[in-house]
Design a protein around this ligand. Structure first.
Ligand code: LAN
Length: 775
């Protein structure tokens, strides 16, 4: 489904970093370091670039049609072609029985590094496509549409690319998934359909009558009354749903005393930051003006007449395709009571006085979040919701303008079109891992310039301050010394981002100053340690942004039908292991800094890691797919803390698990279904995946597998070497990131090769290929 328009053929896109677009309304702490924006510009792009972009698009469509996966990033089309690449090591590439010589590995790594250096931005970070979820863009488009800002913020060329994206990700059955690889859902289908209608496509329109096929999917699966609650919310904003068809989201929750376990401030920050503006808009029952488009939509997406819809019944309806986390009965009783008893009181005098107070309290926190993130907001969902809330409060407000100036931070263009990303990028995260990978190649002459720039990014992206005011009053965790996931302007602290930032900073500090520039001062590293130490929960583990503030039973009132584990900030193996790794590395260099606290932290964290290991020896990861990712962190955490294969049953079990999942070709390939089903699942046809293979290989190397049997390592290394593309890159394969068990997210930078040297400095061995397998 390719939407081609004359307009998109004539002109070209440019990608800019650190750009000041947004004018006087753009706030920044560090001159926009890390900011990524895409601009449409007639004067940019050579014919060759245009042809390359078209080729990439053609390939994308072809792959999608054939159910293969690819997503080359056109960004690199605009970057200088610097060092020529050494030729492919064809002795490994072509001959099945070749020996894997150290030179082959070195050639592959050199080729990787040269490619990688061409896609680094000037400010030192690596950009990448952080798309995947399909429910983000619609919220943004609805908000911009109802506020009248759509054409100003996303002018027609952007809209062409957005439509292209939506058509490209329509499933063959006519619907759209929760994420780009998922089966069709009501959430994805209704929101994508409505977004395309807002962008001007007619109900029968779009190429190949895509929209009518989309509508058929919606109607044949029960119609839009069965959309999950977050979808109901957006439809109500637009006027395509009645507010009394929604379960209550009482803003009064914010007036409860903090000691009540269900106080929003005790929930996971993403959950509370989404429900904060939602409950503001719900409390106001704000709906856009009724337009002819809205009247049409009311006719298009329901199986019954709009006037005949039983809104009370609709409150609890949800299509079976969407139902990942069914509401427990308790929840239905709770919402039913609030709906029938509390809401009528709170919406009429004198109860409405309390509502006004609650709404004012919510708005205070919305503004605080906006200012504190330079209007980027913690994530894409509350970005759109906060923007709508400040518009509802005052359409002419400065806050709303400052929000508009930050919309482009979330948009990413690739050959599948333009999407809203899951964050304002994954800049710090990718750069911290890139630094560790590049340094591990030991090819420092190749990487001088890259490391110098990356160091600068890591330095400039560390958060230097706590949130303003009394942090407890604003329910904020310490952030001075933390590293964020994306940019300093975003600024929310995260336990494992702080750890990976710290690990990269410590490695860089080992290199000569003339190579990587001035070191980050000790004091700032101490601040980072302070942040990490602050994250330990009572069970020894670490959560994401804050410590655990309430109880797991809150999940009983998780109202989102599509996500699980969203109510509180749980401890995770990834976050805990990352802290162990960073603190052990720190302790080696600064043995006298808070030694007791650091040791006790590590001991307790190791206990936690062991406690959450699965019976089969794996760990279930929560932020990427899934058992291989979790096991990588499990093993590396224990090894960093000094455990070894011979002394640790946990590591032995993990190794057995990994070896049992290796494919005959030497690779590993784990499907995203592992995450939602919580059972290890191979990719179909047992295909291998470069990222899965790298994680497994890194874990086995850390567990000293080569001392016992190096063959699995050689086989895995060959899979990686052989997957390198002629330009030095690696293929983009199946989606590899996840959140809340059920929604996938793309880490496009992850594919770029393994992040440790593979079996270097060793005698050549006879390895790989069919002869091994036959043996
Ligand atoms: C992220 C991105 C980064 C990720 C890691 C640092 C990799 C992880 O180790 C800890 C959790 C964290 C910070 C994380 C949490 C959930 C996020 C913020 C995301 C996956 C990016 C998008 C997602 C967010 C919740 C998306 C919006 C959807 C909602 C359900 C609110």
């Amino acid at each position: 489904f390719f939407l081609s328009t004359e307009e998109s053929k004539k002109k070209m896109w440019s990608y800019r970093c650190g750009d000041n677009v947004g004018g006087p309304w753009l706030e920044t702490l560090n001159g926009n370091v890390g900011r990524q924006t895409w601009h449409y510009d007639e004067n940019v792009g050579t014919l060759a670039d245009r042809v390359a972009l078209d080729d990439a698009r053609a390939k994308f469509r072809q792959n999608r049609f054939e159910k293969k996966h690819s997503s080359d990033i056109p960004m690199r089309l605009h970057l200088a072609k610097k060092n020529p690449l050494p030729p492919l090591p064809d002795q490994v590439f072509a001959r099945a029985n070749a020996y894997l010589a150290p030179e082959d590995v070195e050639t592959t790594l050199t080729r990787s590094l040269r490619f990688y250096s061409t896609i680094q931005s000037d400010d030192g970070h690596w950009g990448g496509d952080y798309g995947g979820p399909m429910f983000l863009l619609p919220g943004l488009i609805i908000t911009l549409h109802v506020s009248g800002a759509l054409n100003t913020v996303l002018p027609p060329p952007y809209q062409v690319e957005i439509r292209r994206y939506l058509y490209n990700h329509q499933n063959e059955d006519g619907g759209w998934g929760l994420h780009i690889e998922g089966h069709s859902t009501m959430f994805g289908s209704v929101l994508s359909y409505i977004t395309l209608r807002i962008l001007g496509d007619g109900p029968e329109g779009g190429e190949l009558e895509c929209l009518s096929r989309g509508r058929d999917w919606i109607l044949s699966h029960g119609g839009a009354t069965a959309i999950p609650s977050w979808g109901k919310f957006w439809l109500a904003v637009l006027g395509v749903f009645e507010w009394h068809g929604l379960n209550p989201m009482p803003p009064e929750m914010w007036l409860l005393p903090y000691m009540v376990p269900v106080h929003p401030a005790r929930m996971w920050c993403h959950c509370r930051m989404v429900y904060l503006p939602m409950s503001y808009i719900y409390g106001k029952r704000w709906t856009a003006k009724l337009t002819p488009l809205v009247e049409d939509l009311r006719k298009e997406v329901f199986v019954q007449k709009f006037a005949d819809i039983d809104w009370n019944k609709a409150r609890n309806e949800c299509a079976k395709e969407d139902l990942y986390y069914p509401h427990p009965l308790l929840q239905d009783i709770l919402w039913g009571t609030l709906h029938k008893v509390a809401e009528p009181i709170l919406t009429h005098w004198p109860g409405s006085k309390l509502r006004e107070k609650a709404l004012a309290e919510c708005m205070k926190h919305i503004h605080y979040e906006d200012v504190n993130t330079r209007y980027i907001c913690i994530g894409p969902v509350n970005k759109a919701l906060n923007m709508l809330s400040v518009f509802v409060e005052d359409p002419n407000s400065e806050a709303f303008k400052r929000h508009l100036a930050r919309v482009l931070d979330y948009m990413w263009l690739a050959e599948d079109g333009m999407k809203m990303q899951g964050y304002n990028g994954s800049q710090l995260w990718d750069t911290a891992f890139a630094v560790q990978a590049v340094i591990s190649t030991k090819l420092l002459d190749e990487s001088r310039e890259m490391l110098m720039k990356a160091h600068d990014y890591i330095d400039k992206t560390q958060v230097r301050e706590d949130s303003p005011g009394n942090m407890a009053e604003w329910y904020r965790h310490v952030s001075k010394g933390a590293w964020p996931f994306s940019t300093r302007d975003h600024g929310w602290p995260i336990s494992d981002c702080t750890s990976e930032g710290m690990k990269a900073a410590l490695l860089l500090a080992e290199l000569p100053a003339d190579m990587v520039g001035p070191k980050i001062p000790d004091e700032r590293l101490f601040d980072g340690v302070n942040v990490m130490l602050s994250y330990q929960n009572s069970g020894g583990g670490c959560a994401t942004y804050e410590i655990e503030r309430s109880y797991a039973w809150l999940e009983y009132i998780n109202p989102s039908e599509c996500f699980s584990k969203i109510m509180i900030d749980y401890s995770w193996v990834e976050c805990t292991s990352a802290c162990i790794q960073a603190l052990t590395a720190f302790r080696k260099k600064y043995p006298d800094h808070r030694p007791k606290e650091i040791s006790s932290f590590i001991d307790r964290a190791v206990e936690f890691v062991k406690n959450v290991q699965e019976k089969d020896g794996s760990w279930n990861g929560n932020w990427a797919v899934c058992y291989l990712y979790g096991t990588w962190f499990g093993v590396l955490g224990l090894v960093a803390a000094g455990e070894t294969y011979s002394t640790s049953p946990a590591i032995q079990n993990a190794v057995n698990f990994l070896l049992s999942k290796q494919h005959p070709d030497g690779g590993w390939g784990e499907s995203y279904l592992s995450c939602q089903d919580e059972v290890y699942t191979n990719l179909s046809e047992n295909r291998s995946h470069v990222v899965s293979t790298s994680w497994a290989l890194l874990s086995l190397l850390a567990a000293d597998q080569e001392k016992r049997d190096p063959e699995p390592l050689h086989k895995a290394a060959k899979v990686l070497i052989n997957s390198q593309l002629p330009n030095g890159d690696y293929p983009q394969q199946e989606i590899i990131g996840v959140f809340n068990k059920n929604c996938m997210i793309s880490y496009s930078a992850d594919r770029r090769g393994p992040s440790q040297p593979i079996i270097r400095d060793r005698e050549p061995r006879r390895i790989l290929g069919s002869s091994c397998l036959l043996r």
